[in-house]
Design a protein around this ligand. Structure first.
Ligand code: F6R
Length: 607
């Protein structure tokens, strides 16, 4: 969603702000803007469209400003127009505000401020903050911001620049992520650490209801009632290379190809391959007595959770349910102190998942966060954390974090299973031996890319595509369909193959592409029967299979994409690879913006 950056220091602010905004493009946005203080005057530039459009409209080299803030906006209140783009100004044009999140009581505040004589120039909720800060200002910007956010309801991360106080940027946070940082003669603000890689040497993550100020010698953080906050800072260790394309055309393709390593790292951290000992410190806090498990997650992370629901049934003798986080809140789940809730989230900031965590904890469940980003809100609000070690994911469509989530969830299931169910030891031993081979098998699975590239040429004219599978591969069908629709905008649906006859078969006519995941180990013969049914209606069968040489399969399928044979945790991961590549190459054939698909945001922080 929206991105925030801020700089105050010895160097020129404008080039830093524009470069950092480009690094945040992956979050998804539809307009961009910056504010600078130049020769004692606040200047603001905004534009609907991409950061490069904003940049092209500016003579960046002409700016001498050494302090400024920048924003990428993902429209919620008001269309993505120049006027609604951030920064927003107060009536005097001396205070500039950028904001992520939603000010829920903006209408009430706007009404009050208009009654006081403030004049608004946008439809955004953010603009109320600029006028509120102006109205509450008694000379100290930090104090005015503190009092303004105390009146605001909802979720926000805010950065404020004032012409009258050019030595600092003032920030505040509730709900939406915000970090402040320090580097060589500079202070930084960002909604997301990647914008600061290679610049800030240490950062501090603000907690809810904290405010702060950033100066050229660093930052200070305070509670809303003014008490200084002292927490040890975090070293910025990630390499800026991690956020470069490294020769690939898109981040998504780079991330697909990183999976041997990202899955390998995720496993290696938790499994001693020599002794088969599992090391998951998060689970040492107990959980031996759990009698019920819920996974809560959204989108791709939900599909990983759904895979885990199948996998855990083989090892853990308790009911497990994967529930879409936004629905979890609307249901009346069976929760007791013996309920374990696993919140699965790449970003750790997804608001629906965070709300589900809060609901689960309020009812007494124990919550484990399974996240990729460190220091996230979901991690902070959980009892324990397990990390996926996929590295930063820039492509908006999740790929390497999905397979890392399956690997990590699989291992957590095995660890709990070993404790609860001695009978699961045989399954565990087989699984752990297979996992050692998994990174190599992913390399093998990626070799299908050239064939997928030519298949994509054929598929990109399709108006919709069905993905069918059975058992643990059903969530992979859901994920294959989601990937395709997200980045190519072709309509796609995933179904359990057994459901085909109960409705979706009506869609099949001549040439309709149907991607069918056929594993020797999962109701193979039944899936072949489903293939016959598709064929009988002249559908175009694309089989993804670990039995690619089977003559029966070859007779039915128009195209066979091979995956290495494997069972357990490895199988859903390996079947994912061709589907990611298919979505990617179809999107490339169509010329869509693969890394930043329309309307999508990497981190969804509004409900
Ligand atoms: C799809 C995708 C989204 C996310 C979902 C949850 O490619 O990326 O569906 O999976 O928004 O995000 P996290 O995992 O950050 O909670």
């Amino acid at each position: 969603m929206c991105g925030i950056v801020g700089y105050v220091g010895r160097e020129l602010a404008a080039p830093f702000l524009l470069q950092s905004l480009k690094r945040l493009e992956y979050r998804g946005y539809d307009s961009a803007g910056i504010a600078l203080i130049e020769d004692g005057r606040l200047l603001r530039f905004r534009r609907a469209g991409k950061v490069k459009d904003l940049e092209a409209s500016l003579d960046v080299a002409a700016f001498a400003a050494r302090v400024g803030i920048g924003h990428t906006r993902w429209a919620t209140h008001g269309a993505p127009t120049d006027d609604n783009a951030h920064p927003h100004l107060d009536c005097s044009g001396r205070i500039a505000v950028i904001h992520n999140g939603i000010i829920e009581n903006h209408a009430v505040l706007r009404h009050q401020l208009e009654a006081e004589g403030h004049v608004f120039s946008s439809q955004t909720d953010t603009e109320v903050l600029a006028h509120l800060i102006e109205s509450l200002s008694e000379g100290d910007l930090l104090d005015a911001v503190r009092r303004a956010v105390a009146q605001a309801q909802g979720a926000f991360a805010v950065a404020v620049l004032s012409q009258d106080d050019p030595s600092r940027i003032v920030v505040a946070k509730r709900g939406s992520p915000l970090v402040v940082g320090r580097g060589e003669g500079a202070g930084y603000v960002s909604s997301d650490v990647p914008a600061l890689l290679g610049k800030a040497t240490e950062v501090q993550f603000l907690l809810d209801d904290e405010v702060g100020e950033v100066r050229c010698d660093g930052y200070a953080v305070f509670t809303l009632d003014g008490r200084p906050v002292h927490r040890p800072p975090h070293r910025v260790s990630a390499d800026p290379i991690a956020i470069q394309k490294g020769g690939y055309k898109h981040f998504m393709l780079k991330e697909i190809h990183e999976q041997p390593r990202s899955v390998g790292e995720t496993i290696r951290e938790k499994l001693d391959e020599a002794t088969h000992a599992l090391s998951l410190p998060a689970l040492e806090k107990g959980f031996a007595d759990i009698d019920h498990v819920y996974f809560v997650a959204c989108g791709t992370a939900f599909h990983a959770a759904k895979v885990a629901e199948y996998l855990w049934e083989d090892v853990l003798p308790v009911p497990t349910h994967a529930v879409i986080a936004s629905e979890f809140r609307l249901r009346n789940p069976h929760i007791t102190p013996r309920t374990l809730v696993i919140a699965v989230s790449q970003s750790g900031e997804t608001i629906d998942t965070l709300m589900a965590v809060r609901r689960a904890r309020a009812r007494g469940a124990r919550v484990v966060a399974l996240v990729n980003a460190e220091q996230s809100a979901i991690e902070r609000e959980s009892d324990a954390v397990v990390y996926t070690r996929a590295g930063i994911e820039i492509g908006v469509a999740a790929t390497k974090t999905f397979t890392a989530q399956i690997a990590a969830l699989g291992l957590v299931g095995l660890a709990l299973g070993r404790r609860r169910n001695p009978d699961s030891e045989a399954v565990c031993a087989r699984e752990l031996a297979e996992l050692a081979l998994l990174p190599g098998r992913i390399v093998e699975a990626l070799r299908v890319e050239a064939r997928i590239q030519s298949l994509a040429e054929q598929l990109h004219r399709a108006s919709d595509v069905l993905f069918l599978a059975r058992g643990v591969l059903f969530p992979i069908a859901l994920e294959g369909a989601l990937k395709l629709k997200e980045i190519s905008y072709i309509h796609a649906e995933g179904y359990p193959a057994g459901e085909m006859k109960h409705g979706p078969i009506a869609l099949i006519d001549e040439g309709k592409p149907v991607v069918m995941l056929a594993s020797r180990d999962i109701a193979y013969e039944k899936l072949l029967s489903n293939m016959e049914e598709v064929k009988a209606r002249k559908g175009l069968v694309i089989a993804v299979s670990d039995a690619p040489d089977d003559p029966n399969l070859r007779r039915l399928a128009d195209e066979v994409l091979p995956v290495p044979a494997a069972t357990g945790i490895s199988a859903p991961i390996l079947f994912t690879i061709p589907l990611q590549l298919l979505a990617y190459h179809v999107a490339v054939s169509l010329g869509t913006d693969v890394d930043q698909p329309r309307n999508l945001a990497k981190t969804v922080t509004v409900e």
